[in-house]
Design a protein around this ligand. Structure first.
Ligand SMILES: [Fe+2]
Length: 148
């Protein structure tokens, strides 16, 4: 990526183990210490539990929250994005939910219109969301295209 876009800015939680390697790879690294706006219509949750952040992006449909692996909790990451972006509710939360509890999923459902659990979310999360919130559940896999 950095070879194709030299100096591409990368926002990373501080002390990220891969940070130096990425810097050598030609990225323009920016350490993130707290929640805030990155650029017009894009927000970081700030590092939760010191190591993981989520990204919020304004789209024509509303706020889209992209989570990575959700170790601090997909509900907490989404809440942090709502707080910093000023949105009352997200349009979509997508990413790895990391085997969340039913309680976490119910909290998340109250914060967003659509939910797309991916990779590390686990079979339980996907089945639970599909069954309990069919109007919110979006099935995704590698290569899925979502238009806003
Ligand atoms: Fe995960």
């Amino acid at each position: 990526m950095a070879e194709l876009n030299p100096g591409l800015r990368l926002y990373t939680p501080p002390g990220n183990g891969g940070a130096m390697a990425l810097r050598w790879g030609g990225f323009d690294l920016m350490e993130v210490f707290k929640a805030g706006e990155i650029t017009d219509g894009a927000w970081t949750s700030g590092p939760l539990e010191d190591f993981e952040q989520a990204l919020g992006m304004e789209t024509p449909s509303g706020l889209v929250v992209i989570v990575g692996c959700s170790h601090p909790g997909v509900d907490r990451l989404t809440k942090a994005i709502l707080n910093v972006s000023g949105y009352d509710k997200a349009y979509l939360v997508i990413g790895g939910f990391h085997g969340p509890s039913q309680k976490t999923l119910n909290r998340l459902a109250g914060m967003t219109e659509f939910i797309a659990p991916a990779h590390c979310s686990g079979d339980f999360a996907k089945a639970y969301m599909r069954k309990t919130y069919p109007e919110k559940f979006v099935s995704v896999k590698t290569g899925s295209i979502i238009e806003f």
